[in-house]
Design a binder for this molecule. Structure first.
Ligand code: NAP
Length: 277
């Protein structure tokens, strides 16, 4: 069994971005703007991670920290200013926003080309019609980056995704179709799930249930991408019961250390699309 570790994929992305930024004077570098409302511990922890990752590649970050009694109009005005600021090339709004804020209005206000977290539905619309301007959601793109990095061929392959959410399964199905895979999307009402997944070349799981998938869901040639992040008595684990499955498949992403490890680098890559052309 081959372990498809995320670190190598994330490091390769970071290297490319770092090399790209080193060629630009610090004052002229594109910036990421973080918009944070209030001081939720989750947001502060995420902010520290993003700041650390930006520091590693030399990407300047601006944090717009707003009080949690900010109004929707004030927040929209701040987003409008960031949209118009040429130095800012990516805007990341931490969610969930307080109940008092019209989150949908905020999401839709972020300029499509600066929407690095693919919150604005306009980006999903573009993805659907193969518009090159689309910024893909980070987790599906992390999956695609892992498959590409490890040379997993997609053309003509049967790929089963067990997730139909708007942030994972739906956009991922479109991205895989773009690569000429034959895609099946499964969900909680799918019948005979193990029969479907065990016939696939590639199985991508995102059900959010600790160690749900045992050996009966796979075959010895399966490539398994485990998106799930769950917790059991031993700490973080995926949707796949890696202890019983690992020896019976061709390749698998670990949890932790798989898809999640790549996601944050993908987000930064959306600020610097030129680094990947
Ligand atoms: P979600 O909206 O709850 O979606 C879960 C999907 O799994 C749904 O499509 C659901 O089907 C399906 N499902 C649930 N139980 C099932 C079952 N018994 N059999 C078949 N399908 C089943 O969650 P999400 O936001 O997409 O996230 C999914 C997982 O990915 C979570 O564990 C989350 O922590 C993880 N995640 C990881 C990353 C990363 O970077 N690695 C990023 C985001 C999320 P229905 O549609 O029928 O309900």
């Amino acid at each position: 069994m081959r372990e498809l570790r995320g670190k190598a994929v994330a490091d390769a992305l970071k290297e490319k971005m770092k090399a790209f930024l080193e060629r630009i004077d610090e004052a002229d570098r594109p910036q990421l703007a973080i918009v944070r409302v209030g001081e939720r511990p989750d947001d502060l922890a995420y902010e520290r991670t993003v700041l650390k990752n930006c520091g590693l590649i030399g990407l300047p970050v601006r944090v717009e920290a707003l009080k949690d009694d900010v109004t929707t109009d004030e927040l929209l005005e701040r987003i409008r200013q960031l949209n118009e600021d040429d130095a800012v090339r990516g805007i990341l709004v931490f969610r969930p926003l307080p109940d008092s804020i019209d989150e949908q209005a905020v999401i839709r206000a972020v300029a499509m080309e600066k929407d690095v977290d693919c919150m604005n539905p306009q980006n999903l619309q573009c993805l659907m019609v193969s518009d090159r301007r689309a910024i893909a959601p980070c987790t599906p793109e992390a999956v695609m980056r892992i498959l590409e990095y490890y040379g997993v061929e997609l053309e003509g392959k049967n790929v089963v995704i067990v997730n139909r959410s708007t942030v994972i399964g739906r956009p991922l199905s479109v991205m895989l179709l773009e690569k000429n895979a034959t895609v099946t999307v499964c969900h909680s009402r799918t019948r005979n799930l193990a029969e479907i997944t065990s016939r696939a070349d590639i199985v991508i799981t995102g059900v959010g249930r600790a160690r749900f998938f045992g050996p009966e869901y796979f075959n010895e040639n399966s490539v398994v991408i485990d998106i799930g992040i769950n917790f059991d008595e031993n700490g973080a684990c995926g949707d796949v019961d890696d202890k019983t499955v690992a020896d019976g498949v061709a390749a698998i992403t670990p949890v932790p250390g798989g898809v999640g490890t790549v996601t944050s680098s993908v987000l930064l890559s959306h600020v610097l699309p030129e680094a990947f052309r």
